[in-house]
Structures are given as C-alpha cells and as structure tokens.
Design a protein around this ligand. Structure first.
Ligand code: GLN
Length: 204
C-alpha cells in the first residue's frame, strides 16, 4: 500500500528533516509552496521557525486562506513549534499580551510564544505522549511555546512540568496535531508516525 501524500510547508524551517522523518514513518512527503498543491495532499506538516515570519510568508504566497479552508474542511495537519502557534486561534507574547500576527486559527487553542523564558529558551527533554508507547520521546524545545488554554474539543497528549505548573506541549483536535517542540531533530520518527496513523485512520 502506498503511503499517504504529506506536504511539508517549505517557506521557512526544517523541510528536509521533516521529509526524512515522514518517509521513515511511511508517508510520501513533498515540499509545498503553492496553493494549487494543496489539492493533492492527504495531510500537511507545518514546520517550526518564526511564526510571525511564516504567517507573513503564507499571506505573501497566497497560502494563508487556502490552507485555512483546507484544514477547516478536514485536511489533517501537524504543526510543530511555530507551526503549532500558526494553527491556534490566538497567540500570546511571552509576557501574556496578545500577539497581532496572521494565524490559521483552525485549532481551539491559545498559544503562548517563547513561553519557557530565557533561562531555558532551549532544552531537551523526554516526553510521554498519549498514543506513543514507551520509551518516552526525546524532544527538542527551541524558544518553544506552550498551550496556555485549550478548548473542550482539544485533547492533551503531553505536558511538561515547569515552575508554573504542568504545561500542555502536545495537543490534538480531530485530525489536527500540534507539538511545541521540534520532533524532526532528535532522530525519532514516532510523532510523525502518529500523524501518519491519524491520516490513515481518517482515510478509511
Ligand atoms: N519562538 C518562535 C515563535 O514564536 C517559535 C520557535 C520555533 O519554531 N522553534 O514563532
């Protein structure tokens, strides 16, 4: 059986690394830069980077509205770090004030950018994720956000303990999977595999 076709948004970020991970997870991965390509996809992956920049590039490339429409009408998507911010309905700056930036707004989440603060702007940790059997996944957090609030239809898949309490770092709403970290950098394709599984389950 041929794997699902998953587009990796290729405006900024780790495109090759995500393509490799998706291939290891059994998908056929393609780089996406144009709205016309969206019609041929079974799923789409939004890499990390800088969410304001990616949002502006999405607008400039005429992708923001078409992508929003496709995701709202059921195209599965996985957003990592900046990609998770873009999928949310609201973004906050690190100090908790609203961030005015273009968003896809397809997940019922409020995402706080650079949430872990300067001391631990970047760190690696072992994460237990619902749907991924042991051992825990090594996760690279790079100026990462967390989910400040999630709606009723959003499922928590993983949290990280912080001095301010447990914070949600992986969330799922139907076919939409959002992770605050960079799963493409630590050599473990199991989050990509979970996404491929989600796509397959929605195809049958
Ligand atoms: N700090 C970035 C932002 O807020 C996200 C970081 C990342 O994607 N590694 O957009």
């Amino acid at each position: 059986m041929l794997g699902p076709v998953v587009g990796v948004l290729a405006l900024q970020g780790d495109v090759i690394e995500h393509v490799r991970m998706l291939s290891a997870a059994g998908a056929r991965a393609v780089a996406v830069r144009h709205a016309e390509q969206l019609d041929d996809l079974d799923g789409v992956l939004l890499p990390g980077g800088e969410s304001t920049t990616i949002g502006k590039l999405l607008e400039r490339f005429g992708l923001l509205d078409p992508l929003r429409v496709r995701l709202s009408s059921g195209l599965p998507a996985m957003g990592t770090c900046a990609g998770a911010i873009l999928m949310g309905s609201h973004a906050l700056l690190a100090d908790g004030t609203p961030s005015e930036q273009p968003l896809l707004g397809v997940m019922d989440t409020v995402v706080r950018r650079n949430a872990f603060g300067r001391q631990v702007a970047s760190f690696e940790g072992l994460l237990d994720i619902v749907g991924i059997p042991a051992p825990p996944l090594r996760a690279a957090f790079i100026r990462a956000p967390w989910f400040e609030r999630i709606g009723d239809g959003v499922q928590v898949l993983a949290t990280v303990d912080t001095p301010a309490g447990a914070k949600v770092v992986v969330a799922r709403q139907g076919g939409l999977l959002a992770a605050a970290f960079h799963p493409e950098l630590t050599g473990d394709p199991r989050l990509h595999a979970l996404f491929v599984e989600i796509i397959r389950a929605r195809q049958t």
